[in-house]
Design a protein around this ligand. Structure first.
Ligand SMILES: NC(=O)C1=CN([C@@H]2O[C@H](COP(=O)(O)OP(=O)(O)OC[C@H]3O[C@@H](n4cnc5c(N)ncnc54)[C@H](OP(=O)(O)O)[C@@H]3O)[C@@H](O)[C@H]2O)C=CC1
Ligand SMILES: CC(=O)N[C@@H](CCC(=O)OP(=O)(O)O)C(=O)O
Length: 340
């Protein structure tokens, strides 16, 4: 059994880790932290876990966390980097769901996240946790940087086009939409029902912090410097990301469906649709990225959907845990989407 700790067990991604891990046959939850709820039984805050988990929230104490084989950080950006060096030194493996270890360049981190990096010496070692491009390195990693939600959908969507050289890398557009759970479980006026319930808007139009992550992915894993315009939107739904991606074909005769089917053949959590359009509800609660590809003349249109809390966060983190501990990659992740 893998003895698991979660730092940040009261947030949306922490709660999603709990939902999936209580049913995981090889994981045993040992430590779940919350500073605000320390001492409270977890199942009192989350009654759906009654009968599945007999554990109380603890303070995020290093010595306690060091009793685990693996610690997930489901905490705001800039939190994990203060605790990870000590945990690694004590032989604990780590998966960070935040952005602390995703960017390789500490100056780039500081520019986009507005704080100096706490342990830049670990950035080279940290393994980017997108199994579809990095499976072998994840298996042996001590420290995994779990991808951001938009970068998961957008990287998987563009990857076959960019790595095959089928498109012009200087002209890529990602028009992405997210449900409100992507912003976390916090009180904020812009996230009130009355503000977002019947509304739809773009944000971070002049530059979102996921842009450098996506550019780094396409450079390191698809081998191309690309010029990408990325605009995220907030839509009135709770879970889900839909990314509509545009690129220009070099060769109009390209078999696009074949390209995507071949690239993702054997991938347990990427589904390429032979026809039709993927919708977010087809992945709600599931670890799948569902993709369709179409064309209008020379323009390719890729649509990728994920659940931001599952393939975009907790599910992908468990997929990484399975790889790191030699389990079947899909263990504990065979939940189907909830319809309607
Ligand atoms: N929501 C999403 O769809 C996605 C989120 N992410 C990333 O995952 C991380 C978690 O996101 P999310 O679950 O939405 O966040 P939430 O804001 O919902 O939850 C944050 C959690 O972290 C704990 N926490 C806050 N500050 C600290 C601290 N200084 N030390 C220890 N614990 C702390 C909080 O509990 P307490 O304050 O009681 O200790 C809480 O449990 C973020 O970095 C986010 O960017 C990544 C992909 C998708
Ligand atoms: C809807 C919404 O607000 N989404 C969040 C994405 C959250 C996330 O994935 O955060 P990190 O990858 O940086 O950890 C945002 O745009 O900031």
């Amino acid at each position: 059994m893998i003895r698991v700790g979660i730092v940040g067990g009261t947030g949306y991604t922490g709660a999603e880790l709990l939902r999936l891990l209580v049913q995981h046959p090889q994981a045993r939850l040992a430590v779940i932290t919350s500073r605000a709820e320390a001492g409270q039984p977890v199942a009192e805050l989350f009654p759906h876990l009654r009968g599945h988990l007999d554990l109380s929230f603890s303070e995020p104490d290093i010595e306690l966390l060091a009793t685990c084989d693996l610690v997930f950080f489901a905490t705001p950006n800039g939190t994990a980097m203060r605790m990870v060096p000590e945990l690694l030194a004590q032989g604990v493996r780590v998966i960070d769901l935040a952005a602390d270890f995703r960017l390789k360049d500490p100056a780039e981190w500081e520019r986009w996240y507005g704080m100096p990096h706490g342990c830049p010496e670990l950035l080279a070692e940290a393994v980017y946790g997108l199994p579809e491009v990095n499976r072998a390195a994840i298996r042996t990693a001590r420290l995994v940087a779990n991808p951001g939600c938009y970068p998961t959908a957008i990287t998987l969507g563009f990857l076959p086009l960019v790595e095959s050289g089928a498109i012009d890398p200087t002209w890529l557009i990602a028009d992405a939409k997210s449900g409100t759970s992507g912003a976390g479980r916090k009180a904020e006026i812009g996230l009130l029902m009355a503000e977002v319930g019947e509304s739809f808007k773009a944000y971070a139009v002049s530059g979102h912090r996921h842009l450098p992550e996506i550019l780094q992915n396409l450079r390191l894993f698809a081998g191309a410097e690309v010029d990408l315009t990325f605009v995220p939107h907030l839509v009135p739904m709770i879970r889900g990301i839909e990314a509509t991606l545009y690129a220009r074909l070099i060769n109009e005769g390209q078999d696009l469906l074949g390209l995507y089917q071949d690239r993702y053949a054997g991938e347990p959590f990427v589904d390429v649709m032979p026809r039709g359009t993927p919708d977010t509800r087809s992945v709600r609660g599931s670890n799948h990225c569902r993709i369709a590809v179409a064309r209008q003349g020379r323009t390719v249109i890729v649509q990728a959907v994920i659940d931001n809390l599952v393939k975009g966060a907790a599910g992908q983190a468990i997929q990484n845990m399975n790889l790191m501990f030699g389990c079947n990659e899909g263990l504990g992740l065979n939940t189907l989407a909830l319809l309607p």
